[in-house]
Design a protein around this ligand. Sequence first.
Ligand code: SF4
Ligand code: MG
Length: 331
Amino acid sequence: NDGVFDKLARRLAIGRPLENLVAVDNVSMVVNRGETVGIVGESGCGKSTLGRVAVQLLAPTSGKVCFEGKDIATLPAEEARRARFKLQMVFQNPYTSLNPRRRVGETVIEAAVAHGLVAKADARDAAIEAMGRVGLKPDFIDRFPHALSGGQRQRVGIARALAVDPACVVFDEAVAALDVSIQAQILELLVELRQNSSFASVFISHDLNVVRYIADRVVILYLGRVVETASTATLFDNPHHPYSRALMAEAPQLKAQKKTFTPIVGELPSPLSPPSGCQFHPRCPHAMPRCKTDQPMLRQLGDRHFSACHLEVGQGEEGRIEEAGKRKVVQ
Ligand code: SF4
Ligand code: MG
C-alpha cells in the first residue's frame, strides 16, 4: 500500500499434482518495504516452501510472485534476473549454507561483484564493509567457514544477503540452529540492521517468541493455508483462531500472560490427505459439526486482522480447566 515501488506482492499457490501434495495452497501475501512479516507454523506446514517460492528458488505451479508490482515470470530476462537478485534468503543451517572451500569474504561479496554492484578491484574493501555491518572484524574475510562459530557463520550469511542491497530478505529459521544466547545476539543484530535500512523481510519460524520480537505482522500457517494474520500486537493480544491460541499456549514465555489457552493436541495430519472442512478440526477443542464439512474462509475481524474459523469473535475464548486430560488451563 506504499505505492508500487515500495511493494513486493506475492500471490501464490503451489501444488505438485503428481504427488497429490499441495505444500502451500491459496496463500496471498504482500510484504511492504521496511516491514517484517513473520510466518509461523509447525514444521511441515509449508513455511519454507512459501519462503523458497518468494525468493524464486522454487517455481509455483500456479499463482505468481510479484516484485515491485510486476509478475516476475512475465518480466524480460534481464529484469527478472535483477528482481531475483533483489530477493535474498538466509538459511537455517549456517554449517551447510556456506561453501567450505571459499574464504568467507569472497562468499559475502561474490554476488555483488557478479551483478556489477561492486567493481572487482573494490571487492576486498566491500567485503570488509559488509562484514562490519554484521559485527565481524576485517580479518574475518580471509577465514574459512570451519574456523567460525555458528553465530559468526550466520552473520556471514546475513552479510552475504545484505551485500547486494536487497529489496526483501527471507530468513528461514535463521536462528533455530543457534544456542539461545547467540539467537538473541543475531535477533538484536537483525533489529538494528532493519532500523538502518529499508529492505522488507520475511521471518519464518516455528518459535512464536522469536516472531513476536522481530515481526511487525504475523501470518499463521496450518497445512499450507493461512489460518490467521494480524499485526503482531493484535495477534498476541487478541488471537482469534484456536490454532493460534494453541500455539501460544505452548510458547513458554507467553504462558505467563493473563490469557491462557488450550494447548494443541495430536499430530499434524499428513498434507497428502488433509482433513475435510476446517483442516484443524480433528485437533480443535471448539470444533462444531459444520467444521467437518465447511472450509472456513479468511474473514476480516479488524484492521488487517483476518482469521479462517467459524467461531464468532469472543466465542471459545473462556479459560478452561481440563483435569481429565491432565491439562490445566485457567484464565
Ligand atoms: Fe476449530 Fe471449527 Fe474454527 Fe476450525 S473452524 S478452528 S474446527 S472452531
Ligand atoms: Mg522449514
